[in-house]
Ligand binder design. Structure first.
Ligand code: PEP
Length: 250
């Protein structure tokens, strides 16, 4: 098991330069907590946050990238550009990309290759929809997403997986302990079978995590982090989650 929880803030398409003090407050407020804290702001804020957070422990990441190094891809951002702007991690395969932008698993895998090439540590997101869960397809969907979104290049590399049931994202619903434990056991078993693990991947849960449910969640066997959307936009709501990680067993 890794020795500190990874608590990641996904700011999605939120944040102008007046949000920089929030990042500073998160860095300051989390300084004495035993946790890895990562912020995934919109790409426009990355260079400013790299300056504002220089000298702190906070890790910066991108929310997505194009799979190519450069070229005629209007509006897209390469992994190397994110790295150049201050990122050292990247979210890939978030459900808002998979469902909102119809990104297939094979594309997520190509992006993961590009991220590794640029020196970014990927967090690859997977998760079933409510329909899929209600039809009893959760295990099948997670296995397919893992098989097709995680390229062989991850062998021996640093990467992480976030389990985010689509129906729990931004809804206030959180998966039950049993549902999380089942998904995490499946993911762990898959990773151990498929990859030569040199750096223990952190397994995150995402979906309506907040200061009230974080302690229970982070104490679950095998849960080594959280990916947080809504509650990460303010220091007052994000810091309690980092505080919960501080006291949760790893
Ligand atoms: C997310 O977007 O990854 C997420 C988990 O969002 P929320 O915490 O708002 O459910």
């Amino acid at each position: 098991m890794p020795h500190r929880h990874l608590i990641a803030a996904n700011w999605k398409m939120n944040g102008l330069k007046d949000h920089i003090p929030v990042a500073r407050a998160i860095a300051e407020g989390s300084r004495d907590f035993h946790a890895r804290v990562a912020l995934f702001p919109p790409a426009t804020l990355l260079p400013r946050l790299a300056d504002a957070l220089a000298g702190t422990q906070v890790i910066l990441g991108g929310q997505d990238c194009h799979h190519a190094d450069s070229g005629p891809f209007t509006g897209d951002i390469s992994a190397a550009m994110l790295k150049d702007a201050g990122a050292s991690m990247i979210l890939l395969g978030h459900s808002e990309r998979r469902h909102g932008h119809l990104e297939p698993c094979a594309l997520v895998a190509k992006k993961a290759v590009a991220a590794l090439k640029a020196g970014l540590e990927p967090i690859i997101c997977i998760g079933e929809t409510l329909d899929q869960r209600q039809q009893g397809l959760t295990r099948q969907v997670l296995t397919r997403q893992l098989t097709d979104s995680l390229p062989d290049d991850l062998n021996g590399a640093r990467f992480h997986v976030s389990y985010e049931p689509v129906w729990a994202i931004g809804t206030g619903l959180i998966a039950t302990d049993a549902q999380i434990l089942e998904a995490f056991a499946l993911i762990r078993e898959f990773l151990n079978r498929r990859f030569r693990i040199q750096h223990e991947p952190q397994l995150l849960y995402g979906g309506s995590v907040n200061g009230s449910n974080a302690a229970t969640l982070l104490a679950l066997e095998g849960v080594s982090g959280a990916l947080v959307g809504g509650a990460s936009l303010k220091a007052e709501t994000f810091l309690p989650i980092i505080a919960a990680a501080h006291t949760a067993p790893v």
